[in-house]
Design a protein. Sequence first.
Length: 644
Amino acid sequence: MIGTDLYRGRYINHLKLFGIGLLFCFGLFGSIDPVDLTEIPLEELMRIEVTLVSRHAERLTDAAAAVYVLTQEDIIQSGAISIPEALRMVPGMEVGHMDANKWAVSVRGFNTLFANKLLVLMDGRTIYNPIFSGVIWDAQDVMFEDIKQIEVVRGPGGSLWGSNAVNGVINIVTKGAEETQGAYISLGGGTEEKGFGAFRYGGSLGKWYYRAYAKFFNRSAFVDEEGEPASDAWHMFKTGVRMDGSLNSQDLMTIHADYYQNDVGQTIFFQNKDYIFTRNFRNQVYGGYILGRWQHQVPNKTHWAVQSYLDYFKRQEFLMIGGQLLTWDVDFQYIQEFKYHTLTWGSGFRQTWDELNNSDYLQLIPRRKDYSIVSGFLQDDVAILDNQWHLIIGTKIEYHSLSGWEVQPNLRSTYHFDDEGMIWMAISRAVRTPVRIDQDILSEEFIIGNPNVKSEELQAFEIGGRYRPVKRIYVDISSYLNYYDNLLTYEPLVAMNKKQGYVYGAELALDYQVADWMKIRSGYSYGKCKFELDDDSQDPYTKNMDDEMPCHQGYAQANMSISSQWQWAVNLRYVDSLIGPLIHVDDYFNLNSRIVYRLSEALEFIVVGQNLIKDRHNEFNGSWIPFKASQVPRGMYAQMKWWF
């Protein structure tokens, strides 16, 4: 009882501090003359379109899912320098820096270095790695000035996007080449961001628009427990081109191509009953892709699109698993609009070839393997009561060469009670299919893959709503109850499916247009989980995992246009503690601040302060792969942006 009281008292104090910080943001500039420089008023927010929920464009306020959109302005004003850091602004997202170049990113629980229940796309191209079952974030980067928006669906998306879209789906949408004409250059540096720069040029050739860009950065190492520099510095170079053109009034074509190379540092930590040691080393990461898309649209009648890409990834590892991966994917979808319903269907094929470099610590046998996925989906959106009520039903059927057939149905409904508000409900099934590391792994820790492991299953129940009670306030709330079965366990000598449980919670997003010159985007999430092992399970890693999900998270970003030349953004967030067999992180507050001086419409100077509350802190330190975590230090950087 005493421990509970202490915890409750600490939590209440944290809420008070969070509230004081919000009031500070509200009131600090109350006497300044208002200047109408807000980029995205709430009226525009209500008209934002998303494609992730239904595979076709619809208003955010019509989407039958817990969807959240980060606009380009949100991302840039946050001061973030990577995609995972930008995702911290999404209610329900769990983002933790493990070291200077590694993140754990998930939603609604199950966070780890390779979070295997979150599907991430970039312009419709999956960046989910089929070897480790997750996203390798140090290989993902994009110019923030080229991002149109980031769409995040919290909850299952398997009926449209397939396996591994279990707890959520993210799509990073970039701008068309027509929207990025002219030249742009950015240069900067600071304490942690030692040096970075980007250059882009866009032009046109008849009906075709193009852009070409290149960017680089040199990121400093984080620090260890004593405050000394760790061995995780990160250097990256990326370049790419995009072309968009029209064949006629109904047919649009898009071509992307990117290439990147990374140099990342890391520390491996080994410990068993006989020895303990660490070893520092650097890895080289290379990759690139080429993507083509053809879209045909007859207004208010039919729309079809075909997309294909070829993606290459290579990672040189010395103590872990490295190797190369080649993926070819083709996807087709067709949309037919009728008077009272919209029918969407499509099919896809993906072929993957890998060749791995095993180490003494981890091996995948065989070293070379190819595998494929064949899929088809169908969804119907039926309008009832003069478009006031919609019923959406659909499913996706897939065949995986590694695991067999999977069916992922979905039933959703929306009801608009007026022009400013709606509620939605959903029942879904989704699966996380086995991958190479589940079936073929062999390690010094006597974990052996099992070709007979089953897919992990989710049955999800969700309800939510969006409402604008007054002109200046927009509210988005959602709640969920997720039941999981056949979760993977690591028994002595073999991987098995001997775990089950549930996760429940709620998420709140609140946008407040305080004045013409000030806007606040804020969010809060609550989540709890409970898991059980079969009676005969002996898995030492997944016991007592009920506190590995942050119970409380909060975020607020205040964007202020102080004058025609000066802008200021403040970002405050809170993350609850994480405690489990492989992780222990104390709860923490953090604060970022971004100040912009506009010398002209074409020239900006920016100063950003990062992680300002403490000189260093832990964010995530748990993984079955023995990477040694480091602490995130306080930092700052300055930047110049020039459009010409």
